[in-house]
Write a protein that binds this ligand. Structure first.
Ligand code: ATP
Ligand code: MG
Length: 230
């Protein structure tokens, strides 16, 4: 699935004393099956940008076309939300069930699948992110930060989205945990051929994985190119 972002701008708290311009005239294209990195300093607008890609945030101006559909004017975004999966920067924001199993099954349980199919999706997703199926009945909040992040990734993966977006998936991990997660993301991209977008502070994390890098600076795209060019 492809994404075209055309001249989008976004202002938080528009028209209030707390108004802040987070995106300014951002444009880029992501083709089907691409693996794209978004990098930039803290506050440059990365998280704000990716939340536009499934319609969670609406741009103040400009438009976003996902798979040929203008999602900025579309009211019913249910289908887009199924296809564009986002693992948020703070995984706690998407873990709310009492067990790991239920958290990962939440997405597929709304897709009209049988219980067996749902179970298969959950077990497959746990395996890919390196979670032992034995822990499925534990609460996600009994886990370490890195394990919790794996649950959040599995929860999005179990939906089998066509576009997978991960916001700082290595934040707070030690070097080994970081390498494991990055390796698993690479495997996911290769196995499922999902269009994959990886947000990171760190060029080092993404340069070896992606075919294109979008550099954000102060709410604008300052550069787009291959890892070598950037
Ligand atoms: P980080 O690397 O720290 O995650 P980021 O590149 O993801 O940063 P954003 O979170 O998109 O940056 O923030 C971009 C700008 O928008 C910042 O100036 C930030 O203060 C502002 N901002 C972000 N979220 C909100 C919000 N909920 N309300 C008001 N302003 C916000
Ligand atoms: Mg962010």
């Amino acid at each position: 699935m492809s994404i075209q972002v055309e001249n989008i701008s976004f202002v938080y708290n528009e028209g209030t004393p707390f108004e802040s311009i987070a995106l300014k005239d951002v444009s880029f294209t992501i083709e089907d099956n691409e693996f794209v990195g978004i990098i930039g300093h803290t506050g440059s607008g990365k998280s704000t940008l990716i939340q536009h890609l499934n319609g969670l945030l609406k741009p103040t101006s400009g438009r976003i076309i996902v798979n040929g559909i203008d999602i900025t004017t579309k009211k019913d975004l249910k289908d887009i939300r199924k296809e564009v999966g986002i693992v948020f920067q703070y995984p706690e924001h998407q873990l709310f069930e009492e067990t790991i199993y239920k958290d990962i099954a939440f997405g597929p349980s709304n897709l009209g699948l049988s219980d067996d199919e749902i179970e298969k999706r959950v077990y497959d997703a746990m395996k890919i992110v390196g979670l032992d199926i034995k822990i499925k009945d534990m609460s996600p909040f009994e886990l370490s930060g890195g394990e919790r992040r794996r649950v959040a990734i599995a929860g999005v993966l179990s939906m089998m989205p066509k576009i997978l977006i991960l916001d700082e998936p290595t934040a707070g991990l030690d070097p080994r945990g970081r390498d494991e997660i990055l390796y698993q993301i690479k495997q996911i991209h290769q196995m499922y051929k999902m269009t994959t977008i990886l947000v990171s502070h760190s060029m080092e994390d993404i340069a070896k994985l992606v075919n294109k890098i979008i550099v954000m600076h102060d709410g604008t795209v300052s550069l787009i190119g291959t890892p070598k060019e950037v």
